[in-house]
Every structure is written in structure tokens, then in C-alpha cells.
Design a protein around this ligand. Sequence first.
Ligand code: C2E
Ligand code: MG
Ligand code: MG
Ligand code: MG
Length: 278
Amino acid sequence: AAKEAGKNRYKCYDGTDQAGASELMELRSYLRKALSRGELELYYQPQIQAGSAQLVGMEALLRWNHPKLGPVSPQQFIPLAEETGLIVEIGEWVLRVACAQNKAWQEAGFPELRIAVNLSARQFASGDVAASVRGALEASGLEPRYLELEITENMAMKNENLPTLELLRDMGITLSIDDFGTQHSSLGYLKSLPISRIKIDRSFVSGIGKDERDEAIIHAMMLVARRLKLSVVAEGVETEAQYRFLAEHECDDIQGFLFYRPQPAELIRKVLLQHWKS
Ligand code: C2E
Ligand code: MG
Ligand code: MG
Ligand code: MG
């Protein structure tokens, strides 16, 4: 019974609930062992081209399956991994697995896709991100153009991150701004940074058809992106109406439950087979 309670306890934390201090400490110590115990797994969520519905990429999303607690949400454990510094090691693992998986799909004969990996601020602050990325590419044999790195506005705005971002861009990697429009940043940085893609945050997408202000913001984002020659992907697309609005506003790519949920690699293989059969 205690096991069951524990399960539900952690499951419902979504960053909105306040976890107790002792629970957080417990979670932190479990997390320290998660990687070596093989409890971490990558899920992949397909991205499709608006209009053609062709698969163009995948976002790698980290999952933690704790044997007793059950699945722990990344909203819950990523902040802990950042705070403890574990994110550097975990992030390196994510890069390696994602690149190797993408290469494996290519070698299985599927058309080439780009794989997007989330980076955290702490990876820039306390690790050599460029070296981790290079290591993952070399170990897997994946060409850099099939890798995309997602960073947040705050990470993009930090002057000290600029040399690394330029290095990554020069390697041929795509850099995108995740959760675009949700943090404290100016639009001006878009012109001087080596960014080529923005991800419209779900909080705007969910207002489509309900709140004209969200629609106005998306419209403005699309205009800026087009003029700056940035590609745009919308995340969290759940309804036909949202999809139609985004396609009409010339959003390049779509990611969301309407098309695909994040899934483990074995299931994505089936998605790929299905998508390209015939
Ligand atoms: P994110 O990078 O913005 O990822 C998108 C999140 O939206 C994912 O949540 C995904 O499952 C969810 N999502 C996608 N489509 C829909 C939809 O149609 N409806 C709804 N309601 N949700 C949708 P997830 O997988 O729980 O990840 C949460 C966050 O955790 C990510 O947000 C990212 O910030 C972080 N994260 C995940 N994996 C990693 C990782 O490997 N490294 C780092 N540093 N952060 C990660
Ligand atoms: Mg992301
Ligand atoms: Mg996002
Ligand atoms: Mg998000």
C-alpha cells in the first residue's frame, strides 16, 4: 500500500505541486543512482511538416522510470538534476543515446530525420557542451546536420554562452529556441545569435480559437521569424483547429499529441515503418 501511495505521490508532481523537503531529498538521492541503474530512458516525439504531414524530426524527451516510485516527470527531476549538477552527466548520456538512436534509424534505411535534444543552463555553466556534443557525434557517426539543440531564451541571452553557440553552429548543428516567448528576453537577440529555429510554446498554441491575444502573438512571432529567415515549430498542438491556424500562418513544423505522443524507441520504429511503407 505504501508502494502504491508512493507511486501516485510522485506521479502527480508536475512542478505545480509543492513537494515536501524530505521527499525532495529522497528523490535527489534516488536520482544520483538513476543513470547507473539504467532507470533513464529517452522517448521520442515526432515533428511533422505542416501541410505535407511528412515526418521531419524527433524531439528526445527524458523519462525516469523508478522501480518503486514509477514514472517521475521531467518537470520534477530535471530541476533536481540541475541543482545537484547531475544534469551534466545525464545530459551527456542523453546526447549520446539520441545521436546513436538517430544514426541507427538511418542505418535501418529510414529517410534522414533531425533529432532535437534539450540542453540545460547548467550544461553550459559547468560542462564543456561543445566537447560533449562532439563526443556524441563522433561516437555515433551521426552527421551534425541531423542534430538540433534546444536552448531557452535565458541561455541564448547569456553573453558567455555565445562562443559555444557559435562553435556549435559552425559545426553544422541546428540551434533552436525552446518555449519561445515565455522568458525575459528581447527580440533583438534573434538578429545577432546563431539561432535558426524557434519553438512556439504550448501556452500560446493552447489559446488558438479561444484567446485572440494568443493568436496575435503567434501571428507576430511568425512574421518576425519569416523576416529573419528562422524556421518555426509549434509545440503542444492538440487540436485540428490549432493545426489549421498554424498551417495557415505558415508555421513550418508541428509537434503535438494531435499527431504523435512521445514514445519509446521500439514504438517509434513502428511509426517510422508505418510512415514510409508503400
Ligand atoms: P520541452 O522541451 O518544452 O518539451 C515539450 C514538452 O511538451 C514535453 O513534456 C512533451 O511531452 C510535451 N508535449 C508535447 N506535445 C504536447 C501536447 O500536444 N500536449 C501537451 N499537453 N504536452 C505536449 P515532457 O516530456 O514532460 O518534458 C518536459 C520538459 O522537461 C521539457 O519541455 C524540457 O524542458 C525538459 N526535458 C525533457 N527532456 C530533457 C532532457 O533530456 N534534457 C533537459 N535538459 N531537459 C529535458
Ligand atoms: Mg524542448
Ligand atoms: Mg518546449
Ligand atoms: Mg515547454
